[in-house]
Design a protein around this ligand. Structure first.
Ligand SMILES: [Zn+2]
Length: 234
């Protein structure tokens, strides 16, 4: 007699950028093993690739293309999968803002929420002739910046520019080589970059978890907000 197959529970999460509710299952022991092996490699690219593949195999919706998701959606999806696979808390190292005492606390990842920071302006003129149309960064671009080891500002800009335009033409950014795109960005003025940062990048919504803890050393009540939650998948 063959062993019975265990029924795997199915959960749902609503992805805000995609504006779609997606079904997923927790990852299995086999998938966890692959993840742990990737962590042992200490190779950021491999960890990211394996996390993506694992996440992909947990989604029960073929119409969702994981590499096309926004970082915001991917984070939400990964944290949801993680909470149903390993557990709903993660250990976080925090520092007291009063006395610098450090301690480990447990953060409840199910309390994650989307923080909106205003309305990003996605069309910005760079000079009298040229403007840029901006988009939410996708997973592909996060991956590219890991592989190409570009600095953070350049990789953010690379990830966000959808196309460049003037009165007559639109230049779709994805049609150009990494070198051409980087060159374009490096020729932008400091003022241009400041404008893009203030009007768009700083206003992008992000996932965050609010933490509060009482410092065991001085008694100070601390409040902190965690962002960049992708690291908590594993
Ligand atoms: Zn303290």
């Amino acid at each position: 007699m063959t062993l019975p197959a265990i029924e795997i529970p199915v959960y749902e999460v609503k992805l805000p950028t995609l504006n779609k509710t997606v079904k997923y299952k927790p990852y299995t022991v086999k998938e966890e093993k692959t993840l742990l092996m990737a962590i042992e490699s200490n190779d950021e690219k491999q960890i990211f690739e394996t996390s993506l593949r694992c996440c992909d195999s947990c989604i029960l919706d073929d119409s969702v293309k994981i590499e096309e998701l926004s970082v915001l959606d991917l984070e939400l999806l990964m944290i949801s999968i993680r909470s149903k696979s390993v557990g709903e808390t993660v250990d976080v190292r925090v520092t007291c803002e009063e006395c610098n005492h450090t301690l480990d606390i447990k953060a409840d990842i199910t309390k994650m929420k989307v923080k909106k920071k205003g309305k990003p302006k996605d069309t910005i003129m760079l000079d009298e002739t040229y403007g840029v149309k901006l988009k939410l960064p996708s997973i592909d671009s996060v991956y590219d910046s890991l592989v190409n080891k570009t600095d953070e500002l350049t990789s953010t800009l690379l990830a966000c520019i959808d196309f460049v335009y003037d009165d007559e033409t639109t230049y779709s950014f994805k049609d150009y080589t990494e070198e051409e795109k980087t060159d374009f960005i490096e020729k932008m003025t400091v003022e241009n970059v400041k404008k893009i940062n203030e009007l768009f990048i700083d206003k992008l919504p992000s996932n965050c978890i609010d933490l509060s803890f009482t410092c065991p050393s001085c008694g100070k009540e601390n409040k902190k907000t965690m962002e960049n939650l992708l690291d908590f998948f594993i």
